[in-house]
Design a protein around this ligand. Structure first.
Ligand SMILES: Cc1cc2nc3c(=O)[nH]c(=O)nc-3n(C[C@H](O)[C@H](O)[C@H](O)COP(=O)(O)OP(=O)(O)OC[C@H]3O[C@@H](n4cnc5c(N)ncnc54)[C@H](O)[C@@H]3O)c2cc1C
Length: 447
């Protein structure tokens, strides 16, 4: 059966774009963390929505499920096969439309990387609002499907807030195109709204109409040392009053120290000198240094402009990479109402101390959203109980088990505890009606 399917897929996309060789498939079969792995029937690389539609029809006829894949930087195991599926790589969807300066919008193919999109927007004097460390590889389609967040959510919202419309191919091969980008249209529920965050389980996104934002070229950052997490949270009202506020990131001492060590740079502040570090970034048309410097009159910290600011970002972006270089961590992406962040971290620390006393806890995140990435290196056999303890604590504090990475296969067994049976029943009903044979990313999001 799979030989027949492969031959049909070759007819659809051409020989060169159906990859069956084990060595060539390997990079598509293992995730970024090297934690999840499965063998694919083959990797298929279509270039148009009608090719995607034909691929889905062929896979459906052969009863072989499909795993959509963008840049494969996802951190919850949702972009790699579990065993025998076709990996549908979207890397050839690299078209970028002309920037619409009047509407502040652009249409991007699903395989366009976030970095290419940023460059394209900046060439027209605008910018793309969502940014994070994996920008060089992560794609627009992946970002839509995980509702990616990153560092600028405090100013511009998550990926959901950037999507003005999209084109998507459904499991039965039907193609829906909504790329007009009308800022106002009330004609039924939003299809884009439904697909954002659906992790490749409802449709394959082929193109997206995106909002662009002003490109603020004048920038200044600061790293503020805080004696407690509560003090860090206490900075937020003053930070939010800054008109140029662009990012408020949290680095706990272990994260600052690990990233600086991996980059072989001197930490801008001694990691041992504080309980938490807040990286504040400001961007505006006029130099924001003055307003940021005023903040520092009352706080302990350093102002960073030009190369110094770039270094702060390099350090911040490098934390995930530095953790990965140390080993395979237990990686959790939780968020709580920001006033409860201190309680959450106290519980996380107690869990690690009780369940895996020799393990290393490295935590960092996006302070303004109460979003912390909990990484535990060397948890060994305590990994499952630690995971359950941290996820349970986040829910009990009114938070979520996934702020920006998605549920994937990593946390599918926890979805009902987070959302409740009624909400999950609605999600199942939507899945059943759009993908009745479970062709798209089975096992991801919904068990
Ligand atoms: C170093 C590092 C730092 C990171 N920092 C952040 C961060 O700050 N914030 C954040 O939000 N994320 C972060 N991530 C996670 C990751 O980059 C995002 O989840 C990103 O959106 C994934 O994009 P991708 O193109 O790599 O998608 P993939 O990993 O390929 O796929 C992710 C999910 O989307 C689905 N999918 C992909 N493309 C399509 C498509 N066209 N149609 C339908 N489904 C599709 C896949 O099936 C999968 O379920 C980080 C990752 C790394 C490695």
């Amino acid at each position: 059966m799979s030989a027949r399917l492969v031959s049909r897929l070759r007819d659809v996309v051409g020989d060169a774009h159906v990859l069956t060789d084990a060595d060539v498939r390997a990079g598509y079969e293992t995730d970024w963390l090297r934690k999840w792995h499965g063998t694919a029937c083959c990797v298929v690389r279509p270039a148009t929505a009608s090719e995607v539609a034909a691929v889905l029809v062929e896979c459906s006829a052969a009863s072989v499920a499909v795993v959509p894949q963008g840049g494969n930087t996802g951190l919850v195991g949702g972009s790699v096969p579990r065993g025998g599926e076709v990996v549908l790589s979207m890397q050839r969807f690299t078209a970028l439309g002309a920037v619409d300066g009047a509407a502040h919008q652009v249409t991007a193919g699903a395989g366009v990387t976030i970095e290419s999109l940023q460059r394209h927007a900046r060439a027209a004097g605008l910018d793309f609002a969502v940014d994070w460390g994996a920008r060089a590889t992560a794609t627009v389609g992946g970002a839509v499907n995980t509702n990616a967040g990153g560092s600028r959510v405090v100013r511009f919202g998550t990926m959901r807030a950037q999507v003005m419309g999209l084109q998507a191919v459904f499991a039965d091969g039907s193609v829906v195109t909504q790329l007009d980008g009308l800022p106002k249209e009330t004609a039924g529920p939003s299809l884009a709204g439904l697909l954002v965050g659906s992790e490749g389980t409802l449709a394959v996104v082929t193109a997206v109409r995106l909002r662009l934002v002003p490109w603020y070229r004048e920038t200044a950052a600061a790293l503020v040392a805080c004696d407690s997490l509560a003090q860090a949270v206490g900075l937020l009202p003053r930070l939010r009053a800054l008109a140029s506020l662009d990012a408020v990131e949290l680095l706990l001492p272990e994260a600052l120290s690990l990233a600086c060590h991996a980059l072989d740079v001197a930490p801008p502040l001694d990691p041992a000198s504080a309980a938490a570090f807040v990286m504040v970034d400001c961007a505006a048309h006029d130099d924001p240094q003055g307003e940021l410097a005023e903040l520092l009159i009352d706080e302990r910290g350093v102002l960073a402009v030009g190369a110094q600011r770039e270094l702060l970002y390099r350090i911040r972006d490098h934390v995930t990479i530095a953790i990965g270089a140390r080993g395979m961590p237990l990686k959790l992406d939780v968020a709580v109402p920001v006033h409860r962040l201190d309680e959450l971290m106290a519980q996380v620390r107690a869990l690690v101390a009780n369940l895996a006393p020799t393990a290393q806890l490295v935590a960092f995140g996006h302070l303004a959203e109460g979003n912390v990435h909990v990484n535990v290196l060397g948890a060994g056999e305590a990994e499952a109980s630690l995971r359950d303890g941290v996820l349970g604590a986040a829910i009990a504090l009114g938070g979520t088990i996934s702020a920006e990475h998605g549920i994937g296969i990593a946390k599918a067994d926890w979805l009902e505890r987070l959302k409740g049976p009624a909400a999950v029943a609605v999600m199942r009903a939507v899945k059943q009606s759009l993908d009745p044979h479970g062709m798209l990313n089975p096992g991801v999001l919904l068990t």
